[in-house]
Design a protein around this ligand. Structure first.
Ligand SMILES: NC(=O)c1ccc[n+]([C@@H]2O[C@H](COP(=O)([O-])OP(=O)(O)OC[C@H]3O[C@@H](n4cnc5c(N)ncnc54)[C@H](OP(=O)(O)O)[C@@H]3O)[C@@H](O)[C@H]2O)c1
Length: 98
């Protein structure tokens, strides 16, 4: 089981990636700024029977301080996380890391 981090994992491409890795049996951490989308992610993980492997972290990643806070949380709670590959837009911070 791998641990996968997907920033922007509560919608669109990131959400699709999150579902794929949960179905594969991996541990998935998603980051998004909207609590309601995080709750929806948790519900969907429950339906897949994957709630123990699904983790939503709420953060506004357009803010440097929030990025630093999330990095600290991940280092402490998910030390098995090894790699990340970012996809991001030029206008707003909408990026997916897996
Ligand atoms: N969709 C496509 O066909 C397509 C094609 C090529 C490239 N892309 C690129 O792929 C990326 C994702 O596209 P998408 O269509 O999947 O976007 P999307 O549906 O709008 O999803 C964006 C994700 O990023 C999160 N997000 C946005 N701003 C955030 C912030 N400040 N802090 C934390 N999380 C934030 C959103 O959650 P919250 O709203 O809760 O923050 C959501 O989970 C973009 O860079 C886009 O340009 C997309």
């Amino acid at each position: 089981m791998k641990t996968i981090l997907i920033t922007g994992g509560t919608n669109g491409i990131g959400k699709g990636l999150a579902r794929y890795f949960l179905q594969k049996g991996d541990c998935v951490i998603v980051v998004g700024s909207t609590a309601a989308k995080g709750e929806k992610f948790n519900l969907e993980a429950q339906k897949l029977g994957a709630e123990a492997r699904a983790h939503f972290l709420q953060a506004d990643l357009s803010l440097i301080q929030e990025n630093l806070r999330i990095i600290e949380i991940i280092k402490n709670r998910f030390p098995s996380l090894r790699s990340a590959c970012p996809v991001r837009s030029s206008s707003k911070v909408q990026h997916n890391l897996c």
